[in-house]
Design a protein around this ligand. Structure first.
Ligand code: ADP
Ligand code: MG
Length: 156
C-alpha cells in the first residue's frame, strides 16, 4: 500500500473528508499536515477534530502553538508550529507528553519542529488545484498504511 491522492473541492468537502480520517484513526496516532499558508491544513484539522465528536469551535492554534481537545474518551492535540522560532522551544512546551498515551496529534508546519517531533503515521500534503485542493496521503509504518487502506476503500 502506498500513497493515496484525492481531489477535494470546497470547505465542506474538506471537513467531511476530515471526518472520514477521524473514523479510521480511532483517535490514536500522529498526522503531519504539509502545505503553504491557506492550503487548508486548519480546515482539514477542524473536520478531523469534529469527526472525533467535538462540538464547537476549532480555532487555529497559531499563537498558542497547541490546542488540546478532550472529547469523551478521545484526546486530540492540534499543533501549529508556524510561529515557532526555535524547535528547541518544543522541549519547554513538554512536547513529549503529548505523544504519550492515546491521542491523535495533528501538526501543521511540522518542518519547523524538525528534530523534536516523533515520526508521523501519516503525512498529508495539501496543494491548490483548480477551485479545490489535491491531497496526498503518505503513510509511514503499519498504522498509517492501515488508515490509507481503509480510506482507499471508502473513496474508490
Ligand atoms: P491553512 O491552515 O493551511 O493556512 P486554512 O485551513 O485556514 O489553511 O484554509 C484557508 C482557506 O482555504 C479557507 O478559506 C478555506 O475555506 C479554504 N479551503 C480549505 N480547503 C478547501 C478545499 N478543499 N477547497 C476549496 N477551498 C478550501
Ligand atoms: Mg492553519
Amino acid at each position: 500500500m502506498s500513497e493515496l491522492t484525492l481531489h477535494v473541492v470546497g470547505e465542506e468537502a474538506m471537513t467531511d473528508f476530515g471526518a472520514q480520517i477521524a473514523q479510521v484513526t480511532e483517535s490514536n496516532g500522529i498526522i503531519f499536515l504539509e502545505g503553504d499558508l491557506g492550503a487548508g491544513k486548519t480546515t482539514l484539522s477542524r473536520g478531523i477534530i469534529r469527526g472525533l465528536g467535538h462540538v464547537g469551535a476549532v480555532k487555529s492554534p497559531t499563537f498558542t502553538l497547541v490546542e488540546p481537545y478532550e472529547i469523551g474518551r478521545y484526546r486530540a492535540y492540534h499543533f501549529d508550529l508556524y510561529r515557532l522560532v526555535d524547535p528547541e522551544e518544543l522541549e519547554f512546551l513538554g512536547i513529549r507528553d503529548y505523544f504519550e498515551g492515546q491521542a491523535l496529534c495533528l501538526i501543521e508546519w511540522p518542518r519547523l519542529g524538525a528534530g523534536f517531533l516523533p515520526k508521523p503515521d501519516l503525512t498529508i500534503t495539501i496543494r491548490p488545484h483548480d477551485e479545490g485542493r489535491t491531497l496526498t496521503l503518505s503513510p509511514e509504518g503499519s498504522r498509517g498504511e492501515a488508515w490509507c487502506a481503509a480510506l482507499a476503500l471508502k473513496f474508490k
